[in-house]
Ligand binder design. Structure first.
Ligand code: AMP
Length: 628
């Protein structure tokens, strides 16, 4: 059996660690780096590239380079965030048959799980090279604010990469493990985790080897890339003012400006002034080469990003309140994530708490180390290595009522694991199936939350309405992943379910591109695109077909898409053989799911007219959050 490692699968960079001789060690690669860029690309010759190689060619090949894909993982194509993002990605985003997001790179279609699997496989291969041993198991970290679907997607990605995922672990909890290692503590700590793509805050009680999360929250659209975006916007608009040239329509130039902006941003954490210089960014009107040269100060950067930092502090206030705690009750606040190195972040956190944050963990390495500690704890028998984690649910999970509001089954911050049971009753004579739609999110209205899945209980015995009662058990495990099972309360028999929200879904049934409706317009091609993108959700409000918490209609259930098991199995086998083989869009042999409950409404076909900033400026802003 091979080694078990911890993997911090980041939005911008990923890092791995392991425990050696009882001590944590971050894996260093041949080039001396401790991180691998979370970037996937297909180069001009059709080769697949991951990590450094993919990043190095990004400016020359921007439309076939997939960066920050973690922001898309586990999202519904029709969700609010996707509504904005899908219109502005350089590479094409396609809707899969189960409303999931697929990425099209050079005419090949990939699931988000496949892209993450490619990155995980590279991390594993590099780790094996570095330690000279086989690596076959891992604990993989995720933002605490990831929902069930996103967590399952990360698990699936691990499986596709051939890695046994021992556990999906919340990033702030991992950082707390790194902090607690080798110490005997009795403390309440706040973990402020501002990474490349996401922000998390968790309040954690540490008592010896027991780590109990009291409250958690965050923002999956706030991270270092948003800071880069602000500086990039500033550079592009200054260049436009000075030269009259709008670079935002030039993919390659935008990629170079973005890379230089990030570099300047990082340097401005240790210097107060920085020059951004890009040679031959474009040609002037006479065809002569033009360079881009601009001095930026730390003060400039702080002005451009002050509201982002404020946003994180407001989330901290909210989560402290949810934890029924106040800042005086915190023993320490730990800053993790690369973006937390920014002096403005440190100052604001210090002002919020009234004391400086702890320096006791490494902001870039704590999460990977914590994952390694957890992996070691799970595979070792020695009591020394054992740690106990008590986590909470980051967002409420519930089902839809007829009026479109959410009936909460599990509230936010519900300690895990936990289960609930509900009894559903048939509402029609001879009803043979019952459907439930399950949502996760913080809104009272299901339409604003993420649809986790549609669950159909079928094969009910024929009986007058109200006679058949099905007891459904909603079980959330310690990783925040939901499983459902159902039983006929009279016969005691398990009820068959058609779509399972289970663990280790290999995505087999989800790998086909959704068939376009006959009259559906072509997906909008990228440039040029309007600045003011429509932001409303494509998914309409709940219809009469939506199930409520105690009854459902058989005809709605029957209209749900039947799963094509044989095709799913074929795909599964194909995946086992070639973990990141692209998906071949293929027509479905089953009825289209277009009309099934939860499917998206047609998109508005006509984008508004273009405005001052170009497509790529907006692209970056919308991909990476920015002004939404
Ligand atoms: P992580 O996901 O923790 O690897 O964080 C990556 C993010 O941290 C990227 O957006 C980096 O640009 C940013 N970052 C790394 N180092 C620094 C630094 N010294 N100052 C500001 N941001 C940084």
């Amino acid at each position: 059996m091979g080694r078990a490692i911890g993997i911090d699968l980041g939005t911008t960079n990923s890092c791995a660690a392991l425990i050696e001789g009882g001590k944590p060690k971050v894996i260093t690669y041949r080039n001396g780096q401790k991180t691998i860029p979370s970037v996937f690309a297909i180069d001009k010759s059709g080769n697949r590239l991951v990590g450094e190689e993919a990043q190095a060619q990004a400016s020359a090949n921007p439309d076939a380079t997939v960066a920050a894909s973690k922001r898309l993982i586990g999202r519904n194509y029709g969700s609010k965030q996707m509504e904005s993002m899908k219109q502005v990605f350089t590479y094409e985003l396609v809707e899969g048959e189960s409303s999931e997001v697929l990425i099209k790179v050079k005419d090949q279609v990939f699931t988000l799980e496949q892209i993450s699997a490619a990155i995980l496989a590279r991390i594993r291969d590099n780790a094996e090279d570095a330690i000279g041993e086989t690596v076959d198991r891992a604990v993989i970290t995720v933002p605490a604010y990831f929902n069930d679907k996103q967590r399952q997607a990360v698990r699936s990605a691990g499986k596709l990469a051939g890695i046994k995922v021992l556990r999906v672990l919340n990033e702030p909890t991992a950082a707390a493990l790194a902090y607690g290692l080798g110490r005997t503590l009795d403390q309440t700590v706040a973990i402020y985790d501002l990474g490349g793509g996401t922000f998390d805050i968790s309040i954690i009680r540490i008592k010896d080897k027991i780590f109990e999360v009291i409250a958690t929250g965050g923002d999956t659209f706030l991270g270092g890339v948003d800071f880069d975006d602000r500086l990039m916007q500033h550079v592009l608009s200054t260049f436009l003012d000075n030269t009259g040239i709008d670079l935002s329509y030039d993919r390659s130039a935008v990629t170079r400006v973005r890379q230089s902006s990030e570099k300047a941003k990082i340097n401005l954490s240790s210097t107060t002034e920085e020059e951004i210089f890009i040679e031959h960014i474009c040609d002037d009107d006479n065809g002569n080469p033009l360079d881009l040269k601009l001095r930026v100060t730390r003060e400039d950067l702080e002005k451009l990003t002050a509201d982002l930092v404020e946003r994180s502090i407001r989330t901290c206030e909210r989560i402290l309140k949810e934890a029924n705690s106040n800042r005086d009750q915190l023993d320490e606040i730990l800053l993790v994530g690369g973006q937390s190195r920014m002096p403005l972040v440190r100052r604001k956190v210090e002002a919020f708490l009234g004391r400086p944050p702890s320096q006791k963990v490494h902001p870039d390495e704590a999460v990977g180390i914590g994952a390694a500690i957890m992996a070691h704890s799970l595979v070792s028998r020695g009591a020394d290595a054992e740690v106990t984690l008590l986590d909470v649910l980051p967002m409420a999970i519930g089902i839809s009522r007829n009026d479109g509001t959410m009936h909460t089954l599990f509230p936010k911050n519900q300690p895990l694991p936990h289960f609930e049971t509900r009894t559903l009753t048939t509402s029609k004579n001879e009803q043979r199936s019952i459907m439930l739609k399950i949502y996760q999110g913080e809104s009272k209205h299901v339409a604003e939350n993420e649809l986790l899945g549609t669950f159909v209980f079928q094969g009910l015995r024929p009986a007058p309405k109200g006679d058949v009662k099905v007891e459904v058990t909603f079980d959330i495990d310690s990783e925040g992943i939901l499983n459902l099972s159902a039983r006929d309360t009279d016969t005691g028999e398990l009820v068959e379910s058609r779509i399972k929200l289970g663990k280790d879904d290999d995505g087999g049934s989800k790998r086909r591109v959704k068939k376009k409706k006959k009259d559906e317009p072509e997906a909008p091609k990228p440039p040029p695109m309007p600045l003011n993108m429509p932001t409303s959700s494509l998914r309409g409000g709940p219809t009469e077909d939506e199930a409520d918490d105690n009854a459902d209609r058989d005809e709605t259930a029957q209209s749900a898409p039947a799963r094509d098991e044989s095709t799913a199995e074929e795909h599964r086998k194909a995946e086992e053989a070639a973990p990141i083989a692209p998906i071949k869009p293929k027509p479905s042999a089953q009825p289209s799911s277009d009309d099934a409950p939860g499917s998206t409404a047609p998109q508005s076909a006509q984008p508004p007219a273009p405005e001052k900033l170009g497509f790529f400026t907006r692209l970056f802003r919308w991909i990476f959050g920015g002004k939404r």
